[in-house]
Every structure is written in structure tokens, then in C-alpha cells.
Design a protein around this ligand. Structure first.
Ligand SMILES: N[C@@H](CCC(=O)N[C@@H](CS)C(=O)NCC(=O)O)C(=O)O
Length: 200
């Protein structure tokens, strides 16, 4: 299996952490979808990473589909519970983490535009989403040890990856002040080899 990904993509990091937790071998093929000459478009019509290329040539995207596939092919360290309400709640955490990423990536892209073309309105809109997503994560985690249920799941991976991305690309966004429980959670997650080895 080949994973087309850039080492700075948080969506790809989620997938790489899942591979590490599940102890599944794969080949990382570094591709930057913004660089001329990249081949991402040959595998994903949306031109985005990550893409998982299976042995038979099937291209899987996006990160949510890939993680679900990885979890299906090996019973080691289940990351998504069986099809019950718990499964839906884990996927909801993933949607929240990915949504926080979408807003954080959107804010970064806006801020990277030439000054005269930037929209302060769009930047504020994305920042507002980032803030309310962090608030919701903090509220939903409360003082529990894991995001969903009594065990480490994809919910924790998605949350940890999204918060770490804020530190990486938006260091000025002081999310820890209002969410000390999430700060503790990220500190705990960062100690896992899967998180440690996939730092951007
Ligand atoms: N929903 C997608 C998002 C993937 C995504 O936006 N990846 C970014 C890199 S962080 C990308 O490839 N962007 C290129 C583009 O938008 O053209 C997923 O979960 O995989």
C-alpha cells in the first residue's frame, strides 16, 4: 500500500497515526499538492492528500475513508467501535476535529494571500469556527480520560491532530487558556510513539 501524503498535512497525519497504532506497514510517498509536477491529481480528482493506493490500484480518499478502511483490515487496536451509537459518536468527534482543521487551513490560506486580496471577514469567520470548535471539544471532553468512552479511539487521534495543527500553523491562537483539559489531553497524546513519530 502506498500513502500519498505531505508530512505537514494534518489529515495525512491522522491516517499515519492510525497506521502506526494498527501496526500496518505502508510506503509513504511524499507529495505536495501545491507543488508543480505532483501526481496527486492522477489518484484523487480533488487533488488533495492523503490518498491511499491499494495493491490492486484502487485509490482511497479522503482521510476519513482511509482510516475506516485501515481499521477494518486489521483487528489490532480497534480505533472505531462496532456499528453502534458509540461508533457514530467517535465519527462525530472526527468530524469536529476535521472541521477545526478545515477552518484552520482556511484561515491560513486566507492569511497567505497577498495583503490587498485578503478578506478580513473570511479570516474572522474561520477564526470564529476555530474558537467554537475548541470550546465544543473542551466541553465534550470535560474531565474524562478519553474523548469517547473508556478507551483511546479515533476520537482522540482526530482531536489531538487538530489541536497540534493549531500549535504548528497558528501559534498565536491561545487555545490552551480556555481549554486546560484539552491541553492536558494533547500532552498525554503527544507521548504516544504514533504521535511522536509523525510530528510535522
Ligand atoms: N477532507 C480531506 C481534506 C484533505 C485536504 O484538504 N488536504 C490538503 C492538505 S492539508 C490538500 O491536499 N490541499 C490541496 C488543495 O486543496 O488543493 C481529508 O480529510 O482528507
Amino acid at each position: 500500500m502506498k500513502l500519498l501524503a505531505s508530512k505537514t498535512s494534518p489529515y495525512a497525519r491522522k491516517v499515519r497515526i492510525a497506521f502506526a497504532e494498527k501496526k500496518i506497514e505502508y510506503t509513504l510517498v511524499e507529495q505536495n499538492p501545491w507543488e508543480p509536477g505532483n501526481v496527486v491529481g492522477d489518484h484523487n480528482p480533488l487533488g488533495k492528500v492523503p490518498v491511499l493506493v491499494l495493491e490492486d490500484g484502487t485509490n482511497l480518499f479522503d482521510s476519513r475513508v482511509i482510516v475506516e478502511y485501515i481499521d477494518l483490515v486489521s483487528p489490532v487496536s480497534r480505533l472505531i467501535p462496532e456499528p453502534t451509537r458509540q461508533r457514530i459518536l467517535v465519527k462525530r468527534w472526527e468530524a469536529l476535529g476535521d472541521g477545526l482543521l478545515d477552518a484552520a487551513v482556511g484561515a491560513r490560506l486566507e492569511a497567505m494571500r497577498p495583503k490587498r486580496q485578503q478578506s478580513a471577514e473570511n479570516l474572522d469567520r474561520q477564526m470564529g469556527k476555530m474558537r467554537s470548535a475548541v470550546d465544543a471539544m473542551s466541553r465534550d471532553l470535560g474531565d474524562r480520560a478519553w474523548c469517547n468512552g473508556e478507551a483511546y479511539t479515533l476520537a482522540d487521534i482526530a482531536t489531538g491532530v487538530a489541536l497540534a495543527y493549531l500549535d504548528f500553523r497558528h501559534p498565536e491562537f491561545a487555545w490552551r487558556d480556555s481549554a486546560p483539559n484539552l491541553a492536558r489531553q494533547l500532552q498525554k497524546l503527544a507521548k504516544r510513539p504514533s504521535f511522536d513519530h509523525t510530528q510535522p
